[in-house]
Design a protein around this ligand. Structure first.
Ligand code: NAG
Ligand code: NAG
Length: 387
């Protein structure tokens, strides 16, 4: 535990910039309550399909307030934020094609342009990304069997009490349940196990792009290599989490791992002993807990497996986090903007037990979730209206 020092905010030289990103090792975690909330992935059985982008403890590491400005060389379009999610194309076909229910008419969603900086060469990580409360988090690593209880079952998510959950929403120093909870000695692994060499690799990552395919539910989409700078290829970890079933499917699809365990830019990491029977639920582990899986990471980008990474991760980070001094960015869905709609859609597509969906939805509502109001000028989810 300790406050680490950043290098002085200087010059556009590549070496310096590299240092600023790579030397910023995080030895402790400072999180907004929103992120703590995300740790409660076990409640999130379903969700909007999204790309998430998280800066870890951005700007809080030294407590220095600075008015350092980013040198933005790109062509910024005023409304480009409205169309952010489309840059990461939904499919390999140059756009999204969905069928309106009960009709033959197809609605097409094309990718929109985003005012990314042109190259990664002059990026500088800003010193103060925001103005967030400083606090540190610890994670429950192991749970003892309660005295006098016979039928104790250790669980990946642990046994968090509702009151503990409530408290975890507030930004203060605390120890919380955030997955990877082990049972007492003698109990079986609670799951999501990695090979040692993969763990060693992931512990080195400062910037991580990750995605997952479990249960052969999808095919592998490789990042668009020509859009990704050599710098990012060298310094960003691209990790695709799969289970063994998906691994053998990948091979039969012609995605053969090289001797370092890579398929193109993806380093394929096999997860053993999946903690949940439901693959969608297991997929929430890497999606929400990348800070546990990449413990030294400063930034991470989560990609839904339906997405192909079509832009340089550092340009994405600069655009969505640094430029706006944000700690977290989340893409809007191309069609649905509200949990209310998502609930209906999940039921319509029979994605999950309806009673369980309703229970969870009621839980969210009792937590204060309100319906998305597109006419609200402070709406946190601008919708994409590109033609
Ligand atoms: C940071 O927070 C302080 C105290 O809440 C406030 O006075 C200040 O204006 C904030 N600065 C920025 C840049 O938001
Ligand atoms: C659906 O969920 C409810 C509530 O969680 C549960 O009681 C019920 O057994 C589930 N039904 C099925 C078919 O899994």
């Amino acid at each position: 535990m300790g406050v680490h020092k950043l290098l002085p905010a200087v010059g556009p030289r590549r070496g310096r910039r590299l240092g600023r990103i790579l030397r910023a090792a995080l030895s402790f975690r400072l999180w907004l309550s929103l992120l703590a909330l995300l740790c409660l992935f076990s409640f999130a059985l379903f969700g909007l399909k999204f790309i998430t982008l998280v800066g870890r403890g951005g700007g809080m590491e030294s407590g220095i307030s600075s008015s350092h400005q980013l040198p933005i060389t790109g062509n910024v379009k005023k409304n480009s934020k409205e169309v952010e999610q489309q840059q990461l194309q939904h499919s390999g076909f140059g756009g999204v094609v969905i069928k309106a229910p009960g009709s033959k008419k197809r609605i097409q969603h094309f990718p929109c342009e985003i005012g990314f900086t042109e190259t990664v060469d002059y990026l500088i990580e800003p010193k103060d990304l925001g103005n967030f409360t400083q606090f540190s988090l610890q994670y429950a690593a192991m749970e003892e069997k309660p005295l006098g209880v016979n039928s104790f079952e250790s669980r990946f998510g642990g046994h968090q009490k509702l009151e503990e959950r409530e408290k975890s929403f507030y930004a203060h120093d605390q120890t919380l349940h955030c997955g990877f909870v082990k049972g007492p000695p003698g109990f079986p692994s609670t799951g999501f196990d990695f090979d040692e060499k993969d763990m060693a690799y992931m512990s080195t990552c400062r910037v991580a792009v990750s995605s997952c395919i479990f249960g052969s539910s999808d095919f592998l989409r490789r990042p668009t290599s020509k859009r990704i700078s050599d710098f990012s290829k060298k310094n960003v970890c691209f990790v695709m989490f799969v289970d063994e079933q998906t691994l053998s499917k990948l091979a039969s699809d012609g995605h053969v791992l090289d001797n370092r365990g890579f398929v193109g830019l993806w380093r394929v990491v096999v997860v053993r002993n999946l903690p949940y029977k439901d693959m969608r639920r297991t997929g929430k582990v890497p999606k929400f807990l990348s800070h546990r899986i990449f413990p030294s990471s400063r930034y991470s980008i989560w990609l839904d497996s339906k997405m192909r990474l079509n832009a340089d991760p550092l340009l994405i980070i600069e655009y969505f986090l640094w430029r706006t001094r944000s700690e977290y960015a989340i893409s809007n869905h191309y069609a649905r903007h509200c949990v209310w709609e998502e609930v209906l859609q999940n039921k319509r597509l029979n994605k999950y037990n309806e009673t369980a969906i309703d229970e969870q939805f009621n839980f969210y509502k009792s937590d204060g979730l309100r319906k998305f109001d597109p006419s609200d000028p402070n709406t946190p989810l601008p919708s994409c209206t590109c033609a």
